[in-house]
Design a protein around this ligand. Sequence first.
Ligand SMILES: NC(=O)c1ccc[n+]([C@@H]2O[C@H](COP(=O)([O-])OP(=O)(O)OC[C@H]3O[C@@H](n4cnc5c(N)ncnc54)[C@H](O)[C@@H]3O)[C@@H](O)[C@H]2O)c1
Length: 270
Amino acid sequence: MRDLFRLEGEVAVVTGALGRLGPIWVETLLEAGSAVLACDRPAAPVSEAFQRIQARFGETNLKLIRADVRDRTALEAGCRQCVEALGEPSILVNNAGIDRPPAGGEKEHRLEDIPFEQNLEILEVNTLGLFLVTQVFGRQMVKAGRGAIINIGSLYASVSPDNRFYDHIRGDPPFLKPPAYGASKAAVVNLTKYLATLWAPYGVRVNALSPGGVLGDQDEEFKRKFCHRVPMGRMATASDLRGPLLFLSSAASAYVTGIELIVDGGFTAW
Ligand SMILES: NC(=O)c1ccc[n+]([C@@H]2O[C@H](COP(=O)([O-])OP(=O)(O)OC[C@H]3O[C@@H](n4cnc5c(N)ncnc54)[C@H](O)[C@@H]3O)[C@@H](O)[C@H]2O)c1
């Protein structure tokens, strides 16, 4: 059975590798035997979590490159580096994404006043950037006749955010979770289905993995309200995410394509 989950000989690309979830995906793939091309935007600092992974796995199987997901030239250069240093990409984790945390009172907007540019940036990175990365790396997979693409969605691809989670944050106007965030993720799930059907004949599987809220440095009141709303009564942790990623990346899901695997402790079941 273990062979089903082995990734020896695979080459995985992970975007947004230096953020909170990126290192979870990178470490899971390395532990399963894959080489990993970690990719992040030029200005992103190398996080402590990522440095720990570099120290543990060394440089033979782990390369870090810089490319904005909106920059085709940089992505194509990254793809060439991947082929030269590690081999043809066979797994792609489209994880880079932006949200907009509370900025405080006067920096917030009422729904009617949200600037066009704010919506545009979220859609550009989360949806159009993901599509661009898929064009560049997915093309190699189609040529090779094999691959697994995992698009990181969100529970907000399925449901609207509950703004009561944030009503303890004082400010006028009050904080609104950006409407473009859920819209960008819903689009990712739809794109996943489009690509899955188009590339199935070429041996490339495309699935979405949609996490619920992942435990981080959120304030206590937010965590209390959020957990109360989750049937399993808690937020997701790193270990909740590893198995689902490994499943979608490996032969264990050989006949699975075009799905959204929702990992949310039951949030969207209520
Ligand atoms: N953390 C959560 O609770 C949660 C829940 C559901 C879904 N998600 C999704 O998971 C993914 C990772 O989230 P996270 O919590 O690690 O976020 P994060 O902000 O910690 O990390 C995102 C990473 O993406 C990179 N990035 C941003 N813009 C980029 C660009 N233009 N080009 C290249 N890289 C860029 C950032 O530098 C960062 O390293 C996102 O797609 C997010 O929407 C997160």
